[in-house]
Design a protein around this ligand. Sequence first.
Ligand SMILES: Nc1nc2c(c(=O)[nH]1)N[C@H]1C(S)=C(S)[C@@H](COP(=O)(O)OP(=O)(O)OC[C@H]3O[C@@H](n4cnc5c(=O)[nH]c(N)nc54)[C@H](O)[C@@H]3O)O[C@H]1N2
Ligand SMILES: Nc1nc2c(c(=O)[nH]1)N[C@H]1C(S)=C(S)[C@@H](COP(=O)(O)OP(=O)(O)OC[C@H]3O[C@@H](n4cnc5c(=O)[nH]c(N)nc54)[C@H](O)[C@@H]3O)O[C@H]1N2
Ligand code: SF4
Ligand SMILES: [Mo]
Length: 762
Amino acid sequence: MRKAPKHESTPDLEVSEPKEWAAGVPAVKKALEYSLAQTSPKRTALTLLNMNQVDGIDCPGCAWPDPAVGHRHKNEYCENGAKHINDEATSRRIGADFFREHPVSELAQRSDEWLNAQGRLTEPMVKRPGSDHYEPIAWHDAFGLLADELNSLDSPHEAAFYTSGRVSNEAAFLLQLFSRAFGTNNLPDCSNLCHESSGTALHETIGVGKGTVSLDDIHHSDLVFVVGQNPGTNHPRQLSALEECKQNGGRIIAVNPLPEAGLKRFKNPQKPRGVVGKGTDIADKLLQIRIGGDLMFFRALNRLLLEAEDERPGTVLDREFIDAQSVGFEEFAEHVRETDWDEVFAASGLTREEIEAVRDEVLRADRIIVCWAMGLTQHAHAVPTIREIVNFLLLRGNFGKPGAGACPVRGHSNVQGDRTMGIWEKMPDGFLDALQAEFGFDPPREHGYDAVRAIRAMGEGRVKVFLGMAGNFVRATPDSDVTEAGMRRCRLTAHVSTKLNRSHTVCGETALILPTLGRTERDRQTTGEQFVTVEDSMSEVHLSRGRLEPASPFLLSEVAILCRLARATLGDRVDVPWAAFEADYDLIRDRISRVVPGFDDFNARVVKPGGLPLGSPVNEGHFRTPVGKAIFTRNSGSIPDVPPGHLVLQTMRSHDQWNTIPYSSNDRYRGIHGDRRVVLVNAEDLAEQGLAQGDKVDVVSVWSDGERRAADFTVVPYPTPRGCAAGYYPETNVLVPLGSVASGSNQPAFKSVIVRLERANA
Ligand SMILES: Nc1nc2c(c(=O)[nH]1)N[C@H]1C(S)=C(S)[C@@H](COP(=O)(O)OP(=O)(O)OC[C@H]3O[C@@H](n4cnc5c(=O)[nH]c(N)nc54)[C@H](O)[C@@H]3O)O[C@H]1N2
Ligand SMILES: Nc1nc2c(c(=O)[nH]1)N[C@H]1C(S)=C(S)[C@@H](COP(=O)(O)OP(=O)(O)OC[C@H]3O[C@@H](n4cnc5c(=O)[nH]c(N)nc54)[C@H](O)[C@@H]3O)O[C@H]1N2
Ligand code: SF4
Ligand SMILES: [Mo]
């Protein structure tokens, strides 16, 4: 194994070869190590053994679904799920004393990891104008303060309400209800930063913004593409599903600039062969594509399929499906036949032989699934890329049959559910009509701000009050300096949070911390203990019930916070029984069942083992597009021009972080230890620039409005294609221009930042 010598300027950084396999015994060990460093063995056992079980705690990690009831292991969780849940269940606490000791200006200098490591927030706090300290505030006064600020705005559109995807269905439904009753659709959410491009592309082409496959489909597919996704780290139990697919004879093609360990081999810790054996090979083919090359790759593949049909008419395309269930085939075919091979090679870095080999795999497969995540959605041309994947699936009728379909793999455990509940700045009129019929007020119809537009509005003084339901807005968003200036310009910023993060320290004139219960905790209200519900990446809704005593007696649930805020702000302006909702969440679910399609009889159905599968209209033969059929599209686009001497930088997650929160400075599978301020670059590119392992550089991004700089990074040679680089989020967010977004979805292009490396002044 290559172990790079330590460099004198980076004494903590250690680099070794990227790993060849994921999970196995080390993963179990790491999960327990982190858990036991946070809390007691007893609490660890309580969280882990209840995780993802019927009537247990839904994993607060990613949105990967649970196996069917009866097929779950006693330990139905992964290393990272265990870390996330015990990060919440930590025994550490911070309260008034902590904030007395640490002024806000000092906290703003601390690292994300340090802030998170201080423990759970325990009481509501306020930072008053001119003060550099948070001090305790009574709940009642906190709601009064927020309500007064909201009610003194010139227009409801001067407020924005952000949601992160850990928020339950019940809380999400109440937040959008409150926001619309208050008078605005300004509901930016983490989906704007995550799968907005998927939603846009899928809506347009198949009439529904969600995936169309179930776990069982993955198990029984002939061929699964895993594109722009690092499942070994970000959706670890996806590897169990891929393993099962392989054991049933399926094949897997991974498309990724990086040779991620989890794409290569999986040692399932729940099976003997995973513990002592060599594990299961995952990808039969790993295409190391250039960043942003996927559109041209899929176009080339589609061209090859059309040509194969020309050669052997009637054997390649599913003409019956295409004729009966789609429109636009001829125009699409004409466009794709013109695909220029030189453009394909330049954009993707792949060879014709590699792409032809994929075509041959496709021709052998009756049932195909394409899975994808941020490697596709966070590019300027993300929407056309995903539309081209839909074209690919349509060609051979890979919709509406078992083992086939589109699988955007969601991030946060309830990010999909929050959208279903109406958290969207441009919810369709049908939903607003239902809200109006149920609650008797006129919801605003004009679209609100998404995340990028909210940042602009804050910077320009058009949004003055910002409320964050979970999340860490200033670290999750692009252009950190611009975003932070916007937050600081607000009159009031308030965050409903479990843990301290940077968004509490870069705040408005007045700032509130509203500490809340997490998923792991018992939620007791006046009518008894409550549960909440969430929707996973495959549209199954199920309940989650906390088991631990709350981190502090002063915490309120998210639902309670929203109900009290709404009462304080709206008084009797609308006829909504907020107090009753707070007392009994069944009453909220009754309303959801009347407003949100597919939730009929919600309360009765969701308590059944396995929950409530929403299914997909596509699998019932319905494409809900304006023409009632699936739509072939013509797609073009590529990453912006890369000037000579520049690279395309993707900003990604390490193995040891949850979004904006690093748990350590290690990235085990990629062989990086001790430092996150690293930039991974192809060795030949480094040599060409006269740089070597351990050299210190500033990373400078270029954009039409000027340059942005992230200082003090260390270069690491890494097996990524020529011209490509990778760095960690959120340290690199300062480099992402606010204006660099996906066309059609307005999602920040976090995965294609044009940068150069400047040797730092020694
Ligand atoms: N442990 C852990 N789990 C998580 C999270 C976490 O932070 N930690 N976050 C959750 C959330 S909110 C989300 S959205 C998901 C994110 O899950 P992922 O999408 O897997 O997350 P990223 O780290 O952003 O990884 C993107 C992957 O895409 C590849 N990639 C980058 N650019 C391109 C490209 O142009 N083409 C192709 N084909 N590939 C590319 C990268 O090399 C990398 O493997 O994970 C969820 N699960
Ligand atoms: N450069 C770059 N930027 C990115 C990305 C990228 O790939 N590259 N990915 C984007 C993506 S996909 C996403 S989803 C966003 C994520 O952005 P966010 O969702 O905004 O960020 P998180 O880091 O998940 O939020 C963590 C905080 O949530 C709070 N929290 C945790 N659990 C709970 C809970 O149960 N209730 C409440 N009320 N609060 C809770 C804690 O206080 C914690 O500090 O970041 C985006 N930003
Ligand atoms: S795969 Fe995702 S949902 Fe499942 S245990 Fe791991 S982090 Fe949790
Ligand atoms: Mo995400």
